[in-house]
Design a protein around this ligand. Structure first.
Ligand code: GLN
Length: 473
């Protein structure tokens, strides 16, 4: 059913880069055989789950949305060809989360479109074309995990995995009307996730409802000896938390998240949702997160610095694309690097490599990188303070509903501002969920579009997030 749904709908949406139909059917058949033998099956037995294409899948193309992870098409006429995700890098191993999904019985029908190397907020930075929002195909679905969000929003798969570095699960979940969770940094193994910014990246689930997302999170969470930053803390009972009473839960509302820049209709809907939580017996209190306004600036220093280092490995030698230097052969190694990276990376990725290299360079390191790290600490302390008073924080996810394709592509700063409400929790390493709370019309008209409510919790309190989001939902 998932494969035929992808077949019917995805031509117009672009959520999947590659579909592994045969493998998916074989996995489903194998599961049927086990069921027939009376074997116990896992918690996701037979459930199709889409995978962001930054997750390594054994033997199946994995591109991270980039031309540099594809092999150039054969043919000697020298004419440039559109990059083809089916010619993507084929890893020899599964990411830990992918292995855990398989063990739980999930069926993996395909790899989802994304902004190149997860850099973006609209999915327009994919080397393979944008993803369209099923609520209004003239609009973006959000990014960078836009394909994973749309796979669920359009009913192609009931769940999917994405990654969130500064908002890339929560923001597309909000803009497409599905549930998305960014876990605590270290809750989920990053082994096999193609890295963007290693101190921020986290893998997390998308699903149609909170319970589904909770179940997925439970399957993928937990210590992994292959990721030294994964936490050795017991995995919570996230699904069982759905349905627990929320009366008496203290919810903080940071005024800094309702400052100028937020669309009035979005603000009204989010405030209504918070009143809804009050109606369920939660205690609503104002809290202050005074360093919120530095989050965008600090994030774009830390994230680009780490990206410039992580992306150094794409050099035309080990993976994917190789464009020989002017003189051909091995003697022109610098030429090989330069031409491969010049042709293989898109504009936004190059912009970030340049920015990141600059902020790490001798003479600027203290002024930019070190300072941004200090600001990061201040942002984390804001949350520490707030969580002395409250159990959760409620806020918007995105200052606007989905904007139009093309509207912000030439204005990176306005694109970066799409993340103002998701970046602080990322900088602090905290878990956060986006749960659909209403629809609202965009200022430029069109149909009503989804609005998400963001709940942010203290470290490792994913169960509390699920509890409150489920009660609200
Ligand atoms: N939109 C942000 C960026 O471009 C966040 C992306 C992400 O979370 N991967 O960096």
């Amino acid at each position: 059913a998932a494969l035929s749904r992808i077949e019917q709908r995805d031509g117009a949406l672009g959520a999947f880069l590659t579909v592994q139909g045969e493998q998916a059917v074989a996995a489903a058949r194998a599961l049927d055989a086990r069921r027939a033998r009376g074997e116990a099956l896992g918690p996701l037995a037979g459930v199709p789950i889409g995978l962001k294409d930054a997750l390594c899948t054994e033997g199946a193309p994995t591109t991270a949305g980039s031309k540099i992870l594809t092999r150039a098409a054969a043919g000697g006429d020298g004419a440039p060809r559109a990059p083809d995700p089916a010619r993507g890098f084929r890893p020899q191993f599964d990411a830990t989360v992918v292995a855990r999904l398989r063990e739980a019985g999930a069926i993996l029908p395909g790899k989802c479109n994304m902004d190149e190397f997860a850099m973006g907020s609209s999915n327009e930075n994919s080397a393979f074309g944008p993803v369209k929002n099923p609520w209004d195909p003239s609009r973006i679905p959000g990014g960078s995990s836009g394909g994973s969000a749309v796979a669920v929003a359009a009913g192609m798969t009931p769940g999917s995995l994405g990654s969130d570095t500064g908002g890339s699960i929560r923001q597309p979940a909000s803009l497409t009307g599905v549930v998305g969770i960014k876990p605590t940094y270290g809750r989920v193994s990053r082994y096999g996730l193609i890295a963007f910014a290693s101190s921020l990246d986290q893998i997390g689930p998308f699903a149609q409802d909170v319970k589904g997302a909770a179940r997925l999170l439970e399957v993928i969470s937990g210590r992994d000896p292959r990721d030294a930053t994964s936490l050795d803390a017991p995995v919570g009972a996230y699904e069982a938390a759905c349905g627990r009473d929320v009366a008496g839960l203290r919810i903080g509302v940071p005024e800094e998240y309702f400052a100028k820049g937020i669309d009035a209709r979005v603000e009204a809907k989010v405030r209504e949702a918070i009143e809804g939580l009050r109606g369920l017996g939660c205690e609503i209190k104002p809290v202050r997160l005074p360093h919120t306004r530095y989050a965008v600036a600090a994030y774009y220093i830390v994230a680009t610095a780490e990206a410039s280092s992580n992306l150094a490995r794409f050099d035309g030698v080990r993976f994917g694309l190789r464009v020989e230097g002017d003189r051909g052969g091995k003697a022109d190694l610098q030429g090989l690097y330069g031409r491969t990276r010049g042709e293989g990376f898109g504009r936004e990725v190059k912009r970030r490599i340049l920015l990141g290299t600059y902020v790490l360079s001798a003479g600027y390191y203290d002024a930019y990188y070190l300072r941004a790290q200090k600001v990061r600490t201040l942002i984390r302390r804001d949350f520490d303070e707030a969580f002395r008073e409250v159990d959760l924080i409620a806020a918007p996810v995105s200052p606007t509903v989905a904007f139009r394709l093309g509207e912000r592509v030439d204005d990176p700063l306005s694109m970066y501002l799409a993340d103002v409400y998701t970046l602080p929790a990322s900088m602090a390493g905290l878990p956060a969920i986006s749960v659909p709370c209403a629809t609202a019309q965009a200022p430029d008209g069109g149909p009503a579009l989804p609005v998400g409510l963001q709940l942010i919790g203290p470290a490792l309190e994913e169960a509390r997030l699920c509890q409150a989001a489920y009660a609200w939902e």
